[in-house]
Design a protein around this ligand. Structure first.
Ligand code: FE2
Length: 377
């Protein structure tokens, strides 16, 4: 490998690091703001000790030299010299030319369709409860695919909370710490009937939406009642590839979602069905026919196109080639990233026996944090 070289360009405004085919430019102000010295960052928790206002606006580089596996740089007017490890600079490089297509996905996300076997993302309850490597592996499925299944768990009411305890915290809602999913008389939600449910994300009427859901089976002797998951990111990608205008239409305009099925509760959120970050990254899908409220934020002249896009998105979501189906046995459960993966169930009859699931919400930041910490251990 060619030895790295450093140079200062643009009158001290830019540092260039060249190493083989790699060529990274860094701005002086960016380097100064990200200095790793103990006057800039707290030694223990790594948090920044200064504000941008503490750094002179005209900060420039006066010297840059290679020092082993690091670069030593000096900033003016502070006459401050700090070191940056080469691998830190490479890991944090932002010198990219590529213009990414709207709907691009982070590198650690993998979309799926009906070819994904639930067995490929499964683990046993006892393994993840006793073995940190098994837990990390299971959480990595949930992070990568937005879906993972657990088998062999206890069949006690509330057992689903033991799963959440392994990585984070339950998100309590008006449905309680957890909710019962079985046929009820006068249900406050259609989930609590024996009707089939179209694939959906849960609770799009909340702000913020719960980002994880666990559905846990305690009894499933009924006929039907199979569980299904659909990758909303995969569906959005497919819509974008076949009709970019339809994709853009659902990303550009807000839908509205509402729930007022119980006394004292009226939840309403205005968000797009396909959510992009300002740089086009696909970061969320909301799809729920039961709680879609009148859509009033689409201009009159675009409403027909919006409805055509909404219809096509639903057709893709309903396409069996997108659906992973499985029947949960007692003690089995699955987790979904509720910002991405839709879940569904087929209708069921109670002639043969009962179907009793429990569900709860949790949040993805806790899962990602635990996964990251386990990987670093
Ligand atoms: Fe649901």
């Amino acid at each position: 490998m060619t030895a790295p070289s450093v140079s200062i360009e643009n009158n001290g405004a830019v540092l260039r690091l060249a190493a083989g085919d790699l060529n990274h430019r860094f701005h002086a102000i960016w380097l100064r703001d990200n200095a790793l010295d103990e006057a800039t960052r707290a030694a223990g928790n790594g948090q920044r000790l200064i504000t941008l206002g503490d750094i002179p606006a005209g900060t420039s580089l006066t010297d840059a030299t290679l020092a082993g596996d690091a670069i030593s740089v000096t900033f003016a007017p502070e006459s401050k010299t700090v070191e940056f490890p080469l691998n830190w600079l490479e890991a944090n490089s932002y010198d990219r030319q590529d213009r990414r297509t709207d709907g691009w996905l982070a590198a650690d996300i993998e979309t799926f369709d009906s070819n994904l076997s639930p067995d490929a993302v499964s683990a046993s309850f006892s393994d993840i409860s006793t073995d940190e490597a098994a837990l990390a592996n299971w959480l990595s499925h949930a992070a990568r695919f937005g879906f993972a299944r657990l088998t062999g768990g206890p069949t006690d009411s509330g057992a689903l909370l033991k799963i959440v305890d392994l990585f984070g915290y339950v998100r309590k809602t008006n449905y309680g710490k957890w909710f019962e999913v079985r046929t009820e008389i006068n249900p406050n939600n259609l989930a609590f009937t024996s009707l089939g449910l179209q694939a959906h994300t849960d609770n799009p009427y909340r702000d913020p939406t719960p980002t994880l859901q666990i559905l846990y089976c305690l009894e499933n002797a009924a006929e039907g009642g199979d569980s299904q998951v659909v990758d909303g990111f995969g569906a959005a990608e497919r819509l974008r590839d076949e009709d970019p205008d339809a994709f853009a239409c659902l990303a550009k305009h807000c839908a509205r979602f509402e729930y007022k099925g119980s006394n004292g509760v009226h939840l309403l959120a205005r968000r797009p069905m396909i959510e992009l970050a300002p740089d086009g990254e696909l970061i969320g899908v909301r799809f729920n026919n039961r709680s879609a409220a009148p859509i009033t934020d689409v201009p009159f002249d675009e409403m027909e196109a919006y409805y055509a896009a909404y219809r096509r998105f639903g057709e893709i979501i309903d396409d069996p080639s997108m659906t992973v189906s499985f029947k949960l046995e007692p003690g089995e459960s699955f987790i979904v990233d509720n910002t991405r993966v839709l879940h569904a169930r087929t209708g069921y009859g109670s002639a043969r026996g009962n179907r009793w699931l429990q569900g709860c919400y949790a949040d993805k930041d806790g899962l990602m944090s635990t996964l990251s910490a386990l990987r670093a251990a």
